[in-house]
Design a protein around this ligand. Structure first.
Ligand code: NAD
Length: 332
């Protein structure tokens, strides 16, 4: 049987990584499409795959089984709808969108097409997060009651072009809430369930050349679990830690240390566990690609579902509204 075919739409920073990591799986053929002709020629040449300047040309010459939508967030759902209309499976980059306008139409298109759709919240591919989630879901520590997330990095180091890309404007998915915090929020919702209320304070503190918020504090409720998030995009350490405190013990993940841990009630120290070998960023994306290919084949897939992506989108919008109004915002 021939391998499934994947078209990566948008081959900027993350699109190229997806292309490389789908190819890394050794389980699919791939091509790229980008409206920037120079860029698509460069990337296609680098990986020896077909490259197209328009979606129409790509659909004609490379009728793919799955698309990876890697364009700025305000274009995600319109593109996904075009693929769903042709019965093409969709892996959509985060955040799912910048508004709820096309959500209902996309939901209906998924139902009628029967296509597999996932949102590329890549934390789902982190072995530490999955291990932590298993412990929480097993119930051995009792119910989660309180959770905290603290994270940050010096964004200009990782994305020197931040002023010139989608990041600079909320309308295209920019700012710390929609672009960075959203990964952490989706991970937290995967661990302790959907947020139901959000109170957010956010400000532009440091990053030069943009006006969007680079610093965020959120105080949230996930049903009857209390949670807090602190995130900035200018600090020197590149760190992320999630802690979930349950009735009979705590679990934690430290991304920068590549480890997760547990402390049962009565114990005095954390028991930390690491993956057998050091993990590179591409590894997460390769595991994510593999899981998406599994989902396309009708087998279990651990990636964020469309509905989980919608829920995290609602959190983003509630956080932006709360930061503007200074009031807590309920999520329906
Ligand atoms: N999962 C992650 O870790 C991660 C990291 C970075 C970005 N992202 C997300 O991925 C998306 C893209 O981010 P990026 O950093 O790669 O942006 P980018 O600006 O580097 O690349 C986007 C590309 O999309 C192309 N494009 C725009 N509209 C198009 C269209 N209609 N058809 C074809 N190509 C089109 C642009 O020419 C550009 O090359 C955003 O939603 C972002 O939030 C995710």
């Amino acid at each position: 049987m021939s391998q499934p075919s994947i078209l990566v739409i948008g081959c900027g920073s993350i699109g190229e990584r997806h292309l490389r990591c789908f190819l890394n799986t050794g389980r699919c053929r791939a091509a790229v499409c980008d409206t920037n002709g120079r860029l698509v020629a460069e990337v296609a040449g680098r990986y020896g795959v077909p490259g197209f300047e328009s979606l129409e040309a790509a659909q004609e010459a490379f009728p793919a089984d799955g698309w990876v939508v890697c364009t700025p967030a305000h274009t995600h759902l319109a593109l996904a709808l075009r693929g769903l209309a042709r019965g093409v499976h969709q892996l959509i980059e985060k955040p799912l969108a910048t508004g709820l306008e096309q959500v209902e139409e996309t939901r209906a298109a998924i139902a009628s097409s029967g296509c597999h759709v996932a949102v590329a919240y890549v934390f789902h591919a982190m072995p530490w997060l999955r291990a932590m989630r298993e412990v929480i879901l097993s119930g051995e520590l009792g119910s989660p009651r309180h959770a905290t997330l603290t994270a940050g990095q010096h964004f200009p180091t990782f994305r020197p072009a931040y002023r010139e890309i989608y990041y600079a404007r909320h309308e295209s998915g920019g700012g710390a809430i929609q672009d960075a915090l959203t990964h952490s929020v989706n991970a937290m919702e995967w661990l302790i369930g959907p947020a139901t209320r959000v109170y957010c304070d956010a400000a532009h503190q440091v990053l030069e050349g943009v006006g969007v918020e680079d610093t965020v504090n959120v105080c949230a409720r996930h049903g009857d679990v209390l949670a807090s998030f602190g995130y900035n995009q200018f600090q020197a350490p590149n760190e992320l830690e999630i802690r979930v405190h349950c009735e009979r013990g705590s679990v934690a993940m430290q991304l920068h240390e590549q480890r997760w841990g547990m402390m049962r009630f009565g114990e005095k120290e954390w028991t930390w566990q690491r993956h057998p070998k050091p993990i590179e960023r591409d590894d997460f994306f390769t595991w994510q690609a593999e899981s998406f290919l599994e989902g396309m084949a009708g087998r279990p897939c651990f990636l964020a579902t469309f509905e989980e992506g919608v829920q995290t989108l609602k959190f983003n919008l509630a956080a932006l509204e709360s930061a503007r109004s200074g009031q807590p915002v309920a999520i329906s």
